[in-house]
Ligand binder design. Structure first.
Ligand SMILES: C[S@@+](CC[C@H](N)C(=O)[O-])C[C@H]1O[C@@H](n2cnc3c(N)ncnc32)[C@H](O)[C@@H]1O
Length: 284
């Protein structure tokens, strides 16, 4: 049985070491964008889709942000923000203030560098925090967003209660989740998957369990949508685009190119059986 410390160590390892997939630095991204001919300050989809750790594409994340109805004077929390691509997208799209936190100091450092590269530092504050130990003042945030991180939270009851406390009454929480597949979760996936991430970092629920957890915390679930077909299709398109892309090879180290192709193939191989995706919207 993995204890909390070991899980945290393995989560940090998975997203720091370019293990199964590249986690780019701002310097590497800057070089890639200059080769691609893309302005990092823009909302060009290639910025988000290159740097983010998200399997939902920019278009799908924008759908979620729009459903949350984020206004310019809202204060937003991005939980488990990683290297911060979704936070920057919210900042560019809505012009509001956002606090993004992650358990991984390395990711936060990369996020801060990328915020600078993309000209959004005036809107974003970054913090190193574990969602299970949040200490924000009660009713601080108008909206809470998270993208593809809840599947790593060991004690969702505690984590969701912390987020609920930090959200204002009437506030909205929107998120994308990696849920269990028809045969199990990613801890059970075989084939080429083992080794892509460090072990024991998956705590995927099924959709009914997540709804129950949200409701027991006090949230009203407004929307719940299975996005597996959408993500499966778009990951296949991204894989094909990458395989055909000569420009990527010019902009990034060759090792990253082949690592990303392998990663997309491996993850597509887990779809439906061990990994499905979901979009949730709920209200306090
Ligand atoms: C798949 S990445 C998604 C990152 C980002 N949300 C995105 O969409 O690009 C999952 C992130 O969740 C973070 N995470 C996992 N457990 C966490 C916890 N207990 N508290 C805060 N962050 C956590 C990881 O460090 C990682 O950066």
């Amino acid at each position: 049985m993995l204890n909390k410390q070991r899980v945290t160590k393995n989560i940090i390892k998975s997203f720091s070491e370019n293990k199964g997939f590249p986690v780019y630095t701002a310097k590497e991204l800057q070089r890639m964008y200059s080769v691609f001919g893309v302005d990092p300050k823009s909302m060009d989809r290639r910025v988000f889709d290159t740097e983010s750790l998200s399997h939902h594409t920019q278009a799908e994340v924008i759908k979620l942000i729009k459903m949350m109805n984020i206004a310019k004077d809202d204060l937003v929390l991005d939980a488990g923000c990683g290297n911060g691509a979704p936070t920057r997208l919210i900042a560019k799209l809505c012009g509001c203030k956002i606090i993004g936190f992650d358990i991984n100091p390395d990711q936060i450092e990369k996020a801060i560098d990328c915020d600078r590269l993309e000209g959004v530092t005036h809107l974003i504050e970054r913090k190193i925090k574990d969602v299970h130990n949040l200490d924000f003042t009660e009713e601080t945030f108008d909206k809470i967003f998270h993208n593809e991180t809840i599947c790593h939270w060991m004690d969702k009851k505690v984590a969701l209660a912390k987020l609920y406390t930090a959200l204002k009454k009437g506030g909205i929480m929107g998120f994308h989740d990696w849920v269990r597949g028809y045969k199990g979760d990613l801890n059970d996936a075989g084939g080429d998957f083992p080794g892509t991430y460090a072990e024991g970092i998956w705590f995927q629920n099924n959709i009914a369990e997540t709804i129950q957890l949200l409701e027991r915390t006090g949230f009203t679930v407004l929307h719940c949508e299975d996005t597996t077909d959408i993500v499966d299709r778009s990951l296949r398109v991204r894989l094909r685009e990458l395989q055909m892309s000569k420009v990527y090879l010019k902009g990034a180290p060759e090792e990253y190119f082949y690592k990303t192709i392998r990663y997309f193939k491996v993850m597509i191989g887990t779809h439906y059986d061990y990994l499905r995706y979901n979009r949730f919207l709920c209200k306090k």
